[in-house]
Design a protein around this ligand. Structure first.
Ligand code: SF4
Length: 336
């Protein structure tokens, strides 16, 4: 386990009354294992053995998207299981639906040292939310987000791009509306079409077309730049779905790539380089980047350098360990 890794426990929402267009929970309902309080204790104990004193920088994370909507006694039993260990962790992180947050539940979560709450908002367009059967509105996201901040929790917001009836413009608008809610963290998930979902039926009927990988990378690169701009300061902690066997087995279509975030970051570096170079005459230049960013600047199969060459810029990449990840600067004047 990496030094500051969270202890992640997946809590499936078996029997969820909703039918979100993209979710394949109906095909896994009853089959997904529901962790017991003993499982929580065992996972936390194992993590403590490995993290040792570094555990104080880690969180116990209950993921699955609907933590506050599961059976209340079950939810409390999972939180109770963390009590003997909680002083050795930074806190507890949960994810839930925006319409499953109110003052009563937030008060309860506070008593168990929950510190971060992530909302599966998915979109801030009511048209998109309705078309995808989310069962909540954009206003629910606003209300829940404000309440979470007022109670002093860290706020996380999750969005999906390329949902049925969305457009790149409506996805950018979702990001802009997120920023007004001042989230501490953001996760961005391009929509993947799964078997056994309504989206899958719409895809097979030719009614819904998922984004291509290229479209999703271009859009998500722009969203990362919006969220991480100085005036927004929302930390993007995940872009793209985790790689898993079950995902590969059950996906029908969509812009899935195991290193999706790296593709987006590489795109960001290409855009930043071009923004600097387009003010200069065509020619040969050196671009300075952090050592961490060299391969992102170069691009997959040198794709960024080839693209810049086609624009008339012959690039040499130089590492500069004083620079931050994803920053680009011109190293030298053009060679004669
Ligand atoms: S994504 Fe929607 S359908 Fe799936 S578990 Fe969550 S609320 Fe239920």
């Amino acid at each position: 386990m990496p030094r500051h890794a969270n202890v992640a426990l997946f809590i499936p929402f078996n029997g969820c009354p909703h039918r979100c267009s993209f979710c394949d929970q109906r095909s896994i309902t009853g089959k997904a294992y529901q962790p017991t309080p003993e499982d929580v204790k065992s996972a936390v104990t194992t993590a403590l053995d490995s993290l040792k004193e570094n555990s104080i920088h880690s969180e116990i994370a209950f993921f699955g998207g609907s933590f506050t909507a599961i059976d209340r006694q079950y939810m409390i039993s999972l939180l109770e299981a963390t009590v003997p260990f909680i002083d050795r962790f930074r806190g507890i992180r949960i994810s839930t639906r925006p319409d499953c947050i109110d003052a009563e539940i937030l008060t309860l979560l506070k008593t168990y040292h929950v510190t971060s709450i992530e909302l599966g908002a998915q979109s801030m367009s009511d048209t998109v939310l309705t078309a995808n059967d989310r069962g909540h509105t954009a206003d629910d996201v606003r209300t829940a987000s404000r309440l979470i901040k007022d109670f002093g929790f860290e706020l996380g917001l999750q969005m999906m791009t390329g949902l049925y009836m969305s457009t790149p413009e409506s996805d950018v608008e979702t990001a802009r509306q997120f920023i007004t809610l001042k989230p501490d963290t953001v996760r961005i998930y391009p929509t993947i079409v799964m078997k056994g979902t309504r989206l899958g039926d719409l895809y097979k009927a030719g009614v819904y077309q998922p984004q291509t990988l290229e479209e999703a990378v271009a859009l998500c690169a722009g969203l990362i730049r919006l969220f991480e701009a100085k005036d927004a300061r929302a930390r993007v902690i995940r872009v793209g779905l985790h790689d898993s066997e079950s995902l590969k087995e059950n996906m029908l279509a969509g812009p899935y790539h195991p290193a999706f975030k790296e593709l987006c970051e590489s795109r960001i570096m290409l855009e930043k380089a071009y923004e600097l170079l387009k003010e200069l005459p065509q020619g040969s230049y050196t671009l300075r980047v952090s050592p961490k960013s060299r391969s992102k600047m170069t691009g997959n199969r040198k794709g960024n350098l080839i693209a810049l060459k086609e624009m008339g810029y012959e690039i040499t990449v130089m590492e500069d360990d004083t620079m931050s990840d994803l920053d680009v600067e011109i190293g030298e004047e053009p060679s004669p």
